[in-house]
Design a protein around this ligand. Structure first.
Ligand code: FDA
Length: 302
């Protein structure tokens, strides 16, 4: 209840106050900030996936501007030798305005990734976007199999079925490449599992399925118990280190992150940055009011 009240009040709070919370989770406003955070992570043996903030748009022109900004971003990060990938949110490229324009915009970004020998991850957004995002991945995967991947949300009731359908994609030797996360958007009961234990079980079930079907998986979670379980599954199945990685969000559970790296597993950190950090932070908190408790912690434990 308190979390919900706090989350609703956030957009009306002074920007400076929100920044106190956000600065732990956002690399900064500029490309230089994103580069700096990525370089520091690379120095610790951690790869990155970079997200340029700025999600909700209402015109094709804004979608095209985002496409151009990402192309510039890829040019800059690769020329600076950053070891990492790029994450895109299709709604920023026009998904909710015109699907075809969105596809062309994202394809242009993927083409830049092909040129620079890097990789684009399509983030998964709320349930109204899932069909289109799966579809976009299927098409792009067929054309650029080594340069594009998708996010899978374990809390969706449909996910196992989606995975089974995708397992029939003819991959020409390139494994399908997924980031497996719990799912962050608030969805109704008929669409998503709600109980934390149920989501955890489905997460592990999806993970087993991916590993059994030769899919590359980015195990994206900060849940220690879940990480231990994932490591046990990897051990039991004797999965090679080249077939999976762990992923975490910038600023979240850094000690747990280091312990995973020390054990010799590959780690990738999601690095969000950009001028729209305020919108990003307040929207995330409205979507998931439970996260508001992190603000309180951040306010007191700086
Ligand atoms: P859980 O929510 O149980 O968190 C475990 C612990 O981690 C918490 O107790 C807390 O200590 C800490 N923690 C988790 N999140 C935190 C936060 N934001 N701030 C501070 N502490 C936090 N979702 C989605 O729907 N589409 C997507 O494309 C992505 N992409 C994505 C990329 C990467 C790299 C990660 C790690 C996550 C995502 N997510 C996502 C978000 C994901 O779905 C999920 O909501 C969060 O990772 C939180 O779930 P956990 O598995 O970490 O467990």
């Amino acid at each position: 209840m308190l979390n919900k009240l706090l989350a609703n009040a956030l957009p009306y709070m002074p920007k400076k106050l929100i920044w106190i919370f956000s600065k732990r989770y956002i690399a900064g406003e500029t490309i230089e900030d994103g580069l700096k955070a990525s370089r520091e992570l690379n120095k610790q043996g951690i790869e990155v996936t970079v997200d340029l903030l700025g999600e909700f748009i209402s015109t094709i022109k804004e979608a095209e501007e985002n496409r151009n900004k990402y192309i510039e971003l890829i040019e800059r990060f690769t020329s600076e030798g950053i070891v990492g990938h790029f994450s895109v949110k299709p709604t920023s490229f026009g998904l909710l305005i015109d699907k075809d324009v969105c596809y062309s915009n994202i394809e242009a970004v993927v083409l830049k990734a092909v040129e620079k020998k890097t990789f684009i991850r399509i983030d998964m957004e709320d349930s109204q976007c899932v069909d289109d995002e799966l579809d976009m991945y299927r098409k792009l995967q067929q054309k650029y199999p080594a340069n594009v991947g998708l996010v899978i949300q374990a809390y969706l009731r449909r996910t196992k079925n989606d995975l089974m359908n995708m397992s029939t994609i003819h991959t020409n030797g390139n494994p399908l490449n997924f980031r497996l996360c719990k799912g962050i958007y608030v969805e109704p009961k008929n669409i998503a599992f709600k109980a934390p234990e149920e989501i955890r079980e489905h997460y592990l079930d999806d993970l087993r399925y991916m590993l059994d079907n030769n899919m590359y998986v980015g195990i994206a979670t900060h849940d220690k118990h879940q990480i231990d379980n994932a490591m046990n599954i990897i051990k039991e199945k004797n999965i090679d280190k080249t077939k999976y990685e762990f992923q975490m969000l910038y600023g979240v559970t850094p000690e747990l992150r280091s312990s995973i790296v020390k054990q010799g597993h590959k780690m990738r950190v999601y690095v969000p940055f950009g001028k729209d950090w305020f919108g990003y932070s307040t929207r995330r908190l409205k979507e998931n009011p439970k996260m508001a408790s992190h603000i309180v912690k951040a306010l007191f434990f700086r």
